[in-house]
Write a protein that binds this ligand. Structure first.
Ligand SMILES: [Zn+2]
Length: 318
C-alpha cells in the first residue's frame, strides 16, 4: 500500500513572501497552502489562517517585516482545518466566512480536524497550540465589501457558487486586479475534491471566477499566477482536472463498473499531466470517492473521518 495521504511528506517547504502591489502580500510554499494579507489605511486583512497558531505565527513574523498594522479582519475561504485552525494567532477583531462555512464547521469541523491531522501531519506544527474550532463571527451569502481607506480602494469578498466545498469565497481587489481564489483554483498543484460539487465547480463557479478578469491570482496552492496568460492557465488547469475526472469516472459509473475501476481510469487519465504536482496521489482516492457519490445522487459530501479516510485508502490504494 502507498503511504497514507501526505503522511510520508515530511520535508519542509520553502516559503516565499511576495509583495504583489502596494500593501498586498502573498506567502506561497511550493504547493503547501497559500496565505495572504491586504493593508487597509490603519488595519490589515489576513486571508487564510494556516493549520495551527504556531504555523501562523511564522507567517505573521514574515508579514511584520513589512507592516505593523493590527489585524482587523481574518477572512477564511472555506472550512478545511489546514486553512482555519491557526486563527487564534491573528488576534483579529472579526473572522469572516461564508454562511455555509460556519454551518459546516458546526456540522463536521471536529471530524475534519481529525481527518486532516492524519492526512497532513507536517502542516500541523505543534497541534497542541490549537485552542479549539475556529468560529467565524461575521458571515454572508453573496458579497461583502471591506473599504480599505486611505485611497487603497476596496476588497470584495464574493461567493461564486458551490465548488471545492459548499461555501468557498474569493477575495478580489478590483483596482489592483488581484484575486485570492482559495482552493477554487490551484496553480500547478492537484485539486482536492473530496468535499466538492464537481459539476457546478467545473461550470458556473469557475466561470464566475474567470469573469472577474484577474491579472494576478493566488490559488490555494502553488505559485502566484502573474499576468492574464498565467491566470487563464491556472483556471484552465483546474477546469481540465475536474472535466477529466468527470468524464472518466462518469464513463465507468454509467457502464456499471466499480469504484476501483473508476479510480484506475481517472488516475491513468490525469497522471500524465498532473501526476508530479503536489498532493496528487494524496487526493485522488478521496476525489474519486466523492465524485462517485455525486454521480450516484448523493447531494452533500459524506463527512470524512479519520476512520473513513483509512477505509477508502485501503479500498483504492492497496
Ligand atoms: Zn480545502
Amino acid at each position: 500500500m502507498k503511504a497514507f495521504a501526505s503522511s510520508a511528506d515530511l520535508a519542509d517547504k520553502e516559503q516565499t513572501l511576495e509583495v504583489l502591489a502596494d500593501g498586498v502580500y502573498a506567502l506561497t510554499a511550493e504547493g503547501d497552502p497559500n496565505v495572504g494579507a491586504i493593508e487597509g489605511d490603519d488595519f490589515l486583512v489576513c486571508f487564510e489562517a494556516m493549520a495551527t497558531p504556531v504555523a501562523a505565527r511564522g507567517w505573521l513574523a514574515r508579514l511584520r517585516e513589512h507592516t505593523h498594522k493590527p489585524v482587523r479582519y481574518l477572512v477564511l475561504s472555506h472550512y478545511h482545518a489546514v486553512r482555519v485552525l491557526g486563527a487564534s494567532a491573528f488576534g483579529a477583531d472579526v473572522i469572516i466566512a461564508h454562511d455555509s462555512t460556519r454551518a459546516l464547521i458546526a456540522e463536521r469541523g471536529l471530524q475534519d480536524w481529525e481527518s486532516e491531522l492524519g492526512r497532513m501531519p507536517r502542516l500541523f506544527r505543534d497541534p497542541s497550540s490549537i485552542p479549539g474550532l475556529t468560529w467565524p463571527t461575521v458571515t454572508f451569502a453573496d458579497r461583502l465589501t471591506i473599504h480599505l481607506g486611505g485611497g487603497r480602494g476596496e476588497l470584495a469578498l464574493a461567493y461564486c457558487g458551490r465548488g471545492h466545498t459548499e461555501g468557498d469565497i474569493v477575495a478580489w481587489l478590483p483596482r489592483q486586479r488581484i484575486l485570492f481564489a482559495g482552493d477554487l483554483v490551484e496553480a500547478q498543484a492537484a485539486l482536492y475534491t473530496g468535499d466538492a460539487f464537481h459539476a457546478e465547480w467545473a461550470s458556473g463557479t469557475l466561470d464566475a471566477v474567470a469573469a472577474l478578469g484577474a491579472e494576478s491570482l493566488i490559488g490555494g496552492r502553488g505559485a502566484v499566477a502573474r499576468g492574464r496568460a498565467e491566470v487563464d492557465a491556472a483556471i484552465g488547469q483546474s477546469r481540465d482536472f475536474l472535466e477529466t475526472m468527470r468524464a472518466r469516472v462518469g464513463a465507468v459509473h454509467a457502464g456499471g463498473g466499480t469504484l476501483r475501476d473508476a479510480f484506475e481510469a481517472a488516475h491513468a487519465a490525469l497522471a500524465p499531466r498532473y501526476g508530479r504536482w503536489p498532493i496528487f496521489e494524496h487526493c485522488m482516492p478521496f476525489n474519486v470517492s466523492r465524485l462517485w457519490d455525486e454521480l450516484s445522487g448523493i447531494e452533500r459530501p459524506v463527512i470524512w473521518t479519520a476512520e473513513r479516510d483509512r477505509e477508502v485508502w485501503a479500498q483504492l490504494r492497496d
